[in-house]
Design a protein around this ligand. Structure first.
Ligand code: FES
Length: 588
């Protein structure tokens, strides 16, 4: 019945000893007879539902649909919570807690009688956190994303999460809309359950996990409020039971080919810059080499196809009606490894074979892209020897090659205090520089990177300037914004010693970001530089500061990367090695 696969849960519910008695007896407290859970695949439904994570607040209903599918396929569903990461509320940043959630997911699965798991996610960090945990524990897993919100509509004009918030905030600061209008927009933006409906980090990451093969086909694009969201959830419940019987684990799906497919898709959709960090974290968990240069290489050969904000015009509801992610992948299939295996049990090529595009304005054809190259480039130079990131699809063409005078903010407080000061010595040719926004410096690498345009310039019609930092930016943001500078300023990266008036050169064509100051002067300033005071001396914050890796290594904790033993294990050998780590001591 289980295809000869030995169930993990049998070591809990199938035992003939005192422990077996305890496990079965205690399970009965929930009103289940042994016939429904003994000998059947136990499917954990890992739910990031929380009323503090508005984007995931409908996931209890989604879990109910998953359960229907699990029961129908002969499995036994058990829903369990983990911490959740609500992007708008958490301080200093959800990025600070992504690894904590990943650890929670990993250990909750490993410690319990779970044969396979359905991961329910949506808001930005909940998706990568769950996948990181699932990779590390490596039991069969499928993801069900919560789906984007319906389009926002204000006075018959479509408005999108994040992107239009930043736009209207600037309009308010410039005196072009009133407080009353701003307030009215607030009530029109978020009109249904679901995550942000722009191609922000949430939609990017849900698209990426689909491209990786970790969801059913088409899962990412269905709006949260659409009844088909619940059909996908039910089918995923059915499918995970089969995956347990096939022993189809994340490490069998997440091959090098799958990663390359998903990076290509990220470039074609104009995905969030945050995705680069999460990809690097996945690779670390998989024990896979994924150099930053690969992103640039793939970007150069991938056309940008998806006309969705912030890089385009439309919103995720339009994207779904246009055919969603399968239509994009069909369009770019010549760039994909079509034989990559997915959670459906079929290859990517089989999954997208019949996909169609229904709106060429929203999803462009391969031969008529929005731009000939992908949405994100990797820059190097004396300001970022370990790399930095620029989302060219959301940047201004005229600023791609630019040299300007630095206007420096030492940290976010300094920025808030002086940016709109009418006496700030700044014009539109300057480069705005923010320090101490990185993983250690902020801490938690908040989304401070798209520094607002100084009010006095915005009022004059300046809508974009070159901005650089070691912070991240919201996936819904836009502008010529260089991010993720590594090493970060708080660790003595050269960003730390930039001074007002220094010249900074952005040379996107050659993928360079340089401080036009001599090496000797940089050395002299670094020798005089003083380390900032650390933010935490206890608890999770201390653990975070002591173990967080830099952006070019995925900002995971150093002790969570997977180093295969023995070296260079491949394919199913890799899976077996991980399973050996499942042997845990018994509680009594
Ligand atoms: Fe949750 Fe944007 S705030 S996805």
């Amino acid at each position: 019945m289980n295809n000869g696969v030995k169930l993990r849960s049998a070591d809990w519910f199938g035992r003939k000893d005192k422990l077996g008695f305890v496990h079965r007896s205690w399970m009965r407290t929930e009103g289940f007879s042994t016939s429904v859970f003994q000998g059947k695949p136990v499917i954990g439904i890992c739910n990031s539902w929380s009323e503090l994570t508005n984007c995931n607040a409908h996931l209890r209903q989604v879990a109910d649909a998953v359960k229907r599918g699990v029961w129908a396929a002969g499995g036994f569903p058990l829903e369990f919570p983990t911490i959740s990461l609500g992007e708008p509320f958490m301080r200093p940043s959800t990025m600070m807690f992504r690894n904590l959630m990943a650890m929670d997911v990993e250990e909750s699965i490993r410690a319990n009688p779970i044969d396979g798991v359905v991961l329910l996610c949506g808001c930005d960090k909940t998706t990568p956190a769950q996948l990181m945990g699932a990779i590390s524990v490596d039991v069969p897993a499928i993801m069900v994303t919560g789906g984007p919100m319906l389009n926002g509509v204000w006075r018959n004009r479509e408005i999108g999460s994040g992107t239009d918030v930043w736009h209207f905030w600037d309009e308010l600061r410039a005196g072009r809309i009133s407080d009353e209008e701003f307030c009215e927009i607030e009530s029109c933006l978020s009109r249904s359950a679901g995550h942000c409906m722009t191609m922000g980090t949430a939609s990017t990451m849900t698209s990426i996990v689909e491209a990786l093969g970790m969801t059913l086909t088409g899962c990412a694009s269905v709006p949260a409020a659409d009844s088909r969201r619940y059909v996908v959830a039910e089918q995923s419940g059915t499918r995970i039971v089969e995956m347990v019987r096939e022993d189809l684990r994340p490490t069998k799906i997440l091959t090098r080919q799958a990663m390359e497919n998903a990076i290509s898709v990220d470039m074609a959709i104009g995905g969030s810059t945050n995705a680069i960090i999460h990809f690097l974290a996945f690779a670390g968990r998989l024990g896979m080499e994924l150099p930053m240069s690969l992103f640039d290489e793939i970007s150069r050969r991938t056309p940008f196809l998806v006309n969705v904000r912030p890089s385009g015009k439309y919103l995720m509801e339009d994207f779904f009606y246009a055919g969603g992610l399968p239509a994009v992948m069909k369009e770019m299939e010549s760039l994909l490894h079509l034989d990559a295996l997915t959670a459906t049990g079929k290859t990517i090529g089989e999954n997208i074979a019949s996909a169609q595009c229904y709106n060429r304005e929203v999803i462009r054809s391969f031969s008529n892209p929005l731009k000939p190259q992908g949405g994100t480039v990797i820059l190097y130079g004396n300001l970022c020897p370990n790399g930095s990131v620029l989302k060219t699809s959301a940047a201004s063409e005229k600023l791609m090659q630019h040299t300007g005078r630095a206007v420096v903010f030492e940290d976010h407080e300094d920025l808030k205090g002086r940016l709109d000061d009418p006496s700030l010595d700044v014009d539109e040719t300057c480069v705005l520089v923010l320090k101490n926004g990185g993983p250690v410096g902020a801490p938690g690498m908040p989304e401070w990177g798209n520094l607002p345009i100084p009010a006095k310039l915005y009022k004059r019609g300046v809508e974009d300037m070159v901005r650089i930092s070691d912070a991240r930016m919201s996936g819904t943001s836009y502008g010529t914004v260089v991010l993720h500078i590594a090493p970060e300023s708080a660790l003595g990266g050269s960003l730390a010693i930039v001074q007002n008036g220094d010249l900074i050169q952005l040379d996107t064509a050659n993928r360079k970001l340089n401080l036009l100051v001599s090496d000797e002067e940089i050395e002299r300033r670094l020798a005089a530089w003083e380390k900032p005071v650390r933010h935490y001396d206890r608890g999770y914050g201390k653990l975070f500061l002591e173990h967080i890796l830099q952006a070019n290594e995925g900002c995971d904790f150093d002790f969570l990367k997977w180093v295969p033993e023995p070296d260079k294990l491949e394919g199913s050998e890799r899976s077996k090695a991980r399973r050996a780590t499942h042997k845990l001591p018994l509680p009594f």
